[in-house]
Design a protein around this ligand. Structure first.
Ligand SMILES: [Zn+2]
Length: 317
């Protein structure tokens, strides 16, 4: 069974303040993700240190800027390496070459040039400065064919880890995105590490498992927690409830997952909106539910495959 790694995206300040102490949302999880995706565009007060980290250059944040900038600083390969170094990456952490996302209406000619130049320089710097980490470059393209060609060039340049970008903005096109990743996966050498950026629903997790994708990430559990969405995993499905507004009656049934029970003991209700602590506690709950659903869908898919295999073997005998 192939279990792709899920890197949960860590936001800017994903810690709760309880009795004046900061507690990361990871402290409340019973089941941890495979790792965390952290952008160097934000400074964090506390960080989970024991799991692998995918260090990202923060391209989503500056995607609308003509030239990549972080605050007032130009995003360059040298700057990115210096930022990664400041965070003391560990052996096996992924470090991303700075890239510029292809968004409609942007100067694609410039973005193509920027991405290629950045990937070239970054690989040299990474090999010299952070040899314990795995450099990863993002393939972009207007079409899947362009993404395949770019991924090939990046592999030949020396990147043995490629991230597929630009699909999270169109996450609802499940068929289209899975078809694109299938085409890219099939065109790259089998030993090339593949990461899918920003698509982490149970349906996608099942597809990535089937395709032999190595890892993926996503922040939906966090973004939706702040919009008041309360996940409930039922096998490989996730039902989304709406958290109660301040002063309103809670209609969502009591949840006995690890984050919810732990947080209730600290007087925090995950089923209500209104405060940062409540939203973040719901993020911990949503992440726990997402992890349960992802694992469940992959396991049941593999059981089904085993069942079909046994049936076909029996019919041969
Ligand atoms: Zn819960």
């Amino acid at each position: 069974m192939h279990l792709p790694k899920y890197y949960a995206v860590l936001g800017k300040g994903d810690y709760l303040t309880i009795k004046e102490e900061r507690h990361g949302i990871w402290e409340y999880l019973e089941k941890q993700p495979s790792g965390w995706l952290c952008s160097i565009a934000v400074n964090r007060a506390i960080m989970p240190r024991d799991l692998p980290i995918f260090w990202d250059c923060g391209a989503v944040k500056y995607r609308n800027a003509e030239i990549p900038v972080s605050g007032k600083t130009l995003v360059t390969p040298a700057w990115a390496i210096a930022q990664y170094e400041k965070n003391f990456p560990k052996l096996g952490d992924l470090i991303a070459a700075p890239d510029h996302i292809f968004i409609p209406g942007s100067n694609l000619r410039f973005r193509r040039k920027f991405n290629w130049h950045s990937a070239e320089k970054f690989l040299t710097f990474a090999q010299q400065t952070l040899p314990e980490c795995t450099p990863i470059a993002v393939t972009h393209g207007v079409t899947t064919q362009e993404k395949i060609e770019t991924a090939h060039k990046l592999y030949e340049l020396g990147y043995h880890a490629i991230a597929i970008g630009g699909m999270a903005f169109n996450a609802s096109d499940v068929k289209g995105n899975i078809a694109a990743v299938t085409a890219i996966r099939n065109c790259l050498p089998f030993n090339c590490y593949i990461h899918v950026l920003g698509l982490c629903s149970p349906t996608y997790a099942k597809a990535w498992s089937n395709l032999g994708v190595d890892s993926f990430d996503g922040s939906s559990y966090l973004l939706e927690a702040f919009k008041g969405r309360f996940y409930k995993a039922n096998g490989g499905q996730i039902t989304k409830h709406i958290a109660a507004l301040p002063g309103c009656k809670i209609t969502i049934p009591l949840c006995y997952c690890h984050p919810c029970t732990q947080l209730r003991m600290s007087g925090i209700e995950t089923r209500s909106s209104g405060s940062r602590n409540q939203n973040l506690s719901r993020a911990a709950h949503n992440l726990e539910q997402l992890l349960l659903a992802q694992t469940s869908v992959i396991i049941s898919e593999n059981r089904e495959k085993e069942k079909q295999l046994l049936l076909s073997l029996k019919s041969c005998n």
